[in-house]
Design a protein around this ligand. Structure first.
Ligand SMILES: [Zn+2]
Length: 390
């Protein structure tokens, strides 16, 4: 069990490394300094360096669980802390805990837990993703049908809160009108489209109304065919919107992933995990609403054999992009940090290692395995190594 480092209350420190990727450029033999959790300087190293690569911390905007816990099952701050700890081992330094389709009371409890975490500056929690409940039943996947419903004043009250950080909501545009999407955007909600059987025109109308993203491209959305481009067709053809992709080797054939990489402009595909409870554990099954989800290797399925989220972590997704899809390392790293920061409009403070940004950092070995993770200049995973004293 790792612990959050609270010894350096001034939150000041430095790291000297042989290689640093700032989100745009690579630097050799540099030291990075931070104060009050923010980067204040990056300069040539004055002493010995650690032979490792420092990169921007990963930002995962779809995280259902980790460390053995599912946010839906126990929407509390303690759960959030466990989930962040589990994912920080794999380089995630900022996440949107994700509540899938559930009762209004679970949504309210989740919002309260997020608000508390943000008020007390719990490391790694930057907002919340409500995936549902305004979805299309034919494309519900493992979401419980009994909680799928139209958007009402009760949910608007949650989405309108200003104490829960970044707000992302996944909706099916055949059940949420352009006028409602405009209302959500006015409430500073980032609207994503998914779990939908909508035709292309309906999807385009949702984009025109202010939706900006697509949730787990290809999965649980109307497919692309010759005369019915569906949600997949719009998602691939649209230049401005972004798509979350689950690079676990199960949610998307490598060729389908390559089509997406070729179709979307740089910056518009971003890595998400859609991670469930077992990430960071050896658990082989977990309770999921009234049923069970089982893990076989790196795959999760429910009682009906449907894919039920993933046991993916961000570092594995980065490695998959590089190894299986031949994405250049710079680009794979940006898909895990800068691009999600841009999608969430927090790229003024996160997603790059530059002066003024949060000291959210991951130290990788040459195989892209995570050695250390730092959130706001605090070591949250790995052991601190004496890199600066010679
Ligand atoms: Zn989903």
């Amino acid at each position: 069990m790792m612990k959050f480092n609270t010894e350096h209350s001034s939150n000041t420190g430095s790291l000297a490394v042989s290689s640093l990727f700032d989100g745009t450029h690579w630097h050799s033999n540099v030291e990075l300094h931070w104060q009050q959790g923010k980067i204040i300087n990056i300069r040539p190293a004055a002493g010995p360096v650690l032979t490792a690569t420092l990169v921007p911390g990963f930002i995962d905007l779809q995280v259902n669980g980790g460390g053995g816990l599912l946010f839906n099952s126990a929407p509390t701050v303690a759960t959030l802390r466990t989930i962040v700890q589990a994912h920080s081992r794999f380089g995630s330094t900022a996440i949107l805990p994700t509540i899938i389709t559930d009762s209004i009371s679970v949504m309210q409890q989740a919002a309260d837990a997020i608000a508390q975490a943000i008020a007390t500056a719990e490391p790694g929690i930057i907002g919340v993703h409500f995936e549902g409940p305004h979805l299309a039943e034919p494309k519900k996947g493992v979401h419980p049908a009994k909680f799928i419903r139209e958007l009402s004043a009760e949910e608007f009250a949650i989405y309108g809160r200003n104490d829960i950080g970044i707000k992302l909501v996944t909706v099916a545009p055949e059940h949420v009108s352009p006028a409602q999407i405009r209302q959500l955007v006015e409430l500073k909600v980032i609207v994503c489209l998914g779990h939908s059987n909508a035709d292309a025109a309906t999807v385009q109308a949702a984009l025109a109304a202010g939706a900006t993203g697509f949730t787990h491209l290809y999965n649980a959305m109307s497919p692309l065919t010759s005369r019915e481009p569906g949600m997949v067709g719009v998602a691939l053809a649209d230049r401005n919107s972004w798509c979350g992709v689950i690079f676990d080797g199960h949610h998307m054939h490598p060729l389908a992933a390559k089509v997406a990489l070729a179709a979307k402009p740089a910056g518009k595909l971003l890595l998400v995990t859609d991670a469930m409870a077992p990430v960071g554990t050896t658990d082989t099954e977990f309770a999921f609403f009234s049923g069970k989800v089982r893990r076989e290797g790196s795959k999760l399925t429910d009682d009906a054999g449907r894919l039920a989220g993933s046991v993916l972590d961000m570092a594995s997704a980065v490695r998959y992009a590089i190894d299986a899809l031949a994405v250049l390392p710079d680009e794979a790293l940006r898909m895990a940090s800068l691009y999600p920061a841009q999608a969430l409009a927090c790229d003024g403070a996160r997603g790059r290692l530059v002066i003024g940004h949060q000291a959210d950092m991951v130290l990788l070995d040459r195989h892209y395995q995570v050695q250390q993770s730092w959130i706001s200049g605090q070591l949250v995973f790995g052991s601190a190594l004496p890199v600066n004293n010679s």
